[in-house]
Design a protein around this ligand. Structure first.
Ligand code: BTN
Length: 265
């Protein structure tokens, strides 16, 4: 079993404590929402913690360019130029989790969208295992009762036709302020006072849940294949049967394909 590597820079940052994060990562896997199948696997995360960055994804790519391997993690307390899906900015005030994980999947480029599906599935499954019913809004949103808890932004480097490196970025609302369409774990804890949700207001614990969640999504995809991942992803999907508006027309969501597209009718 690998031990956790803790490469911190700097050692302690306001709002997210390196030692508490290290302790959270050593919790028993079931306390972090890991399904029993992946419980025995303890990945080696190399943590790089920052007070404020432009984007944790950008910093992760810088570290990749300096030779940092798979398992490199960047977490910042704030981002000044956080990136969201579809080129949108990602507001990143204090109290939120802003995290990026480096992976080296070595898969054909046409499977790149599966990385996002795997990440969203892994995260939603971990939170659901812990009693927080998080669903996926296609392709990359994490929602609770239709309100956005967080999202995933995957960026890839391709050589030839293979993805050689990926940076999977996760933003999650923890104690930060959110708009009416959003929700934070702290707000959920206020609505539902059950003790099971207590750990979810700690930034360090949510970071550990997110890291193991990403890892379990990745392992599930790599070990069980795309078809199994798609089936599991569909089971956590909030959109099935819903009406969406595309190009000014109303469509009913039928499915998500292996290429990561939405099938509508
Ligand atoms: C979305 O639009 O739903 C995806 C948001 C992803 C935001 C995270 S925050 C950490 C990482 N760094 C970024 O710049 N973006 C991602």
């Amino acid at each position: 079993m690998n031990t956790q590597a803790l490469d911190t820079n700097p050692l302690d940052i306001k709002g997210l404590n390196a030692q508490k994060l290290s302790d959270a990562l050593k919790k028993p896997p079931q306390q972090l929402g890991v399904t029993p199948l992946f419980g025995p696997i303890r990945p080696k995360f190399r943590l790089h913690l920052y007070d404020c960055v432009t984007s944790t994804n950008t910093v992760a790519w810088d570290l990749v360019n300096q030779g940092c391997p798979a398992g490199t993690v960047v977490i910042a307390q704030r981002q000044e130029a956080g990136r969201g899906q579809w080129g949108r900015p990602w507001q990143s005030p204090l109290g939120g989790l802003y995290l990026s994980l480096v992976l080296q999947p070595e898969v054909p480029v046409e499977r790149s969208s599966q990385l996002t599906l795997a990440a969203a599935w892994g995260l939603s499954t971990s939170f659901s295992n812990l009693g927080l019913p998080v669903q996926i809004k296609w392709p990359n949103d994490l929602v609770v009762q239709g309100r956005k808890l967080g999202g995933v932004l995957t960026e890839t480097r391709v050589e030839g036709q293979q993805i050689t490196t990926a940076v999977v970025g996760v933003g999650l609302n923890v104690t930060n302020p959110v708009p009416p369409t959003g929700i934070s774990t702290a707000e959920l804890r206020q609505i539902d006072s059950s003790e099971a949700l207590n750990p979810l207001v700690s930034l360090e614990t949510v970071a550990a849940i997110a890291l193991y969640g990403l890892n379990q999504g990745y392992l599930y995809w790599q070990s069980q294949g795309a078809a199994a991942l798609l089936a599991a992803y569909r089971a956590n999907l909030a959109n099935l049967g819903q009406i969406v508006v595309l190009d000014g027309h109303q469509w009913q969501v039928e499915d998500v394909t292996e290429s990561g597209r939405l099938r509508v009718k």
